[in-house]
Design a protein around this ligand. Structure first.
Ligand code: FES
Ligand code: FES
Length: 169
């Protein structure tokens, strides 16, 4: 066991665990941040996607020992049920969730896109979102939600990838 100091959604946490423990397990089991989901555990579905230093990563494939001081962002850092973030609101408005299992990962992957590309084309959105899978098949609604969030931001809405996101804050 080693103690790791993690910065998640802008808050510091000390976690005692083994170096190979996936970041996903630390988030869910130690920090009770269960937005990121376990899907395949093999880096193939994206249900576990969070941001690490602003980039989308599949947290089931990230050993906690490799995180270091890089900030981690999870869907919990974007907003709340009462005050959703821009991306969260866009996913609600487009009714993008069916079962919802993939959605936190989808939102975090989109967060990394909008943090680095404020005006993505539809082709860029599609390419960026490609690694994440939705078993319910709501991909078209998910793409529309990301488009809606990008358009909201362009129109002067709150920045989806700053503030409470836990990205490069
Ligand atoms: S659970 Fe991490 S990619 Fe599927
Ligand atoms: S909404 Fe069910 S897996 Fe995407």
């Amino acid at each position: 066991m080693t103690t790791y100091h993690l910065r998640v959604n802008g808050r510091e946490h000390a976690v005692d665990t083994d170096p190979d423990t996936p970041l996903l397990y630390v988030l869910r089991n130690e920090l009770q941040l269960d937005g990121a989901k376990f899907g395949c555990g093999l880096g193939q579905c994206g249900a576990c996607t969070v941001t690490l230093d602003g980039a989308a990563v599949m947290s089931c494939m990230v050993p906690v020992a490799t995180v270091g001081s890089r900030p981690v962002g999870t869907v919990e850092g974007l907003g709340s049920a009462k005050v959703p973030g821009v991306l969260q609101q866009a996913f609600i408005d487009e009714q993008a969730a069916q079962c919802g299992y993939c959605i936190a990962g989808m939102i975090m992957r989109a967060t990394s896109l909008l943090a680095h590309n404020a005006a993505p084309s539809d082709a860029e959105i599609r390419k960026h979102m490609m690694p994440n899978l939705c078993r319910c098949g709501t991909h078209m609604r998910i793409l529309r939600a990301v488009r809606r969030a990008a358009d909201t931001l362009k129109a002067g809405g709150a920045h989806a990838a700053s503030g409470k996101t836990g990205g490069k804050a």
